[in-house]
Design a protein around this ligand. Structure first.
Ligand SMILES: [Zn+2]
Length: 92
């Protein structure tokens, strides 16, 4: 999966309210293939227990948590995705 795809999926997870904080620094994320646990360490590091994270050290679930806790990042990603949508429609 390309980084673009991961960003888009992460945004969809937030938009569909699939991310739920269950305690300080611990989040449940309901993905397409199951529910995953994303944990944010005190040093700011993020881990997820999905296979994608195990092999690539990044995934849409952990990125969704990063985006949720960073409204500025979330807004700029939102803008980029909207721009792309317009671009896709203009091409049709
Ligand atoms: Zn994950």
């Amino acid at each position: 999966m390309t980084l673009d795809k991961i960003i888009e999926k992460a945004y969809q997870l937030i938009y569909r309210r699939r991310v739920e904080q269950i305690e300080e620094g611990v989040y449940n994320v309901v993905g397409e293939h199951g529910t995953y646990t994303v944990v944010r360490g005190l040093d700011g590091s993020i881990t997820c227990n999905c296979l994608g994270f195990a092999s690539r050290k990044k995934c849409s679930h952990s990125l969704a948590v990063i985006m949720l806790s960073n409204p500025h990042l979330l807004r700029s990603i939102e803008r980029e995705l909207r721009k792309e949508d317009r671009w896709r429609k203009a091409k049709r």
